[in-house]
Design a protein around this ligand. Sequence first.
Ligand SMILES: C[S@@+](CC[C@H](N)C(=O)[O-])C[C@H]1O[C@@H](n2cnc3c(N)ncnc32)[C@H](O)[C@@H]1O
Length: 206
Amino acid sequence: MELTFTPSGFVATIPDTVVKRADEYSSVMMDNAELSCLAGAALAFPWTPDALAVEIGSYEGTTAAFLAESMFDAGHLNHIISIDPFERAPTSPGNPAGKYEVYLKTMHDRGLEDRCVPLVAFSHHAAPAVPDRIGFLIVDGNHEFESVQQDLALYAPKVLPGGFIFLDDYTEAYPGVVRATDEFVEASADFTLLHKSWFAILQRTG
Ligand SMILES: C[S@@+](CC[C@H](N)C(=O)[O-])C[C@H]1O[C@@H](n2cnc3c(N)ncnc32)[C@H](O)[C@@H]1O
């Protein structure tokens, strides 16, 4: 299936196996249309064995597992680092804390424990421990403006040329995500906005 990102016109391709998996893994966190675009961007990166996928905010690990399996189908055995303080995260309506035991079970049940590696920490504490070899970065942790701004400041420089940043919840319900994303795109000479709808996708082009 071909997916055309808006407003860039960037075309991503996903195999039928990924289309089916997106239906299977569709959740309240990310629906099948969003997962399809996420996989389309991830599979467009020219993966080398040492490149990493990083998800800030993993919750129960559903999206990380979807990404790992979709990358595996394409022959990419790269590690996915799941950064989340889990039960220590502050909660509010629309912002649940992650569930560490559920995350571990998600990976155990799917045989992904060797590739999906939890880093149980707040994203700003974890940043110094994360290598600057990120091919695909998901920003979906704390949705307040200052946190998203900080996540982009700390992690975007670790994204490899041609790599992608996927920001979830680019919607009116999360004004901090929208503002931090817009300001980052406006200020950054290195990243190009490929897509925006209820999520946003950027690519490192500089
Ligand atoms: C919307 S959920 C993530 C959903 C997940 N990406 C998915 O698609 O299934 C947000 C997660 O961010 C985590 N979180 C909150 N503050 C965080 C922070 N400062 N650093 C990393 N993760 C954080 C929460 O514990 C929660 O699990």
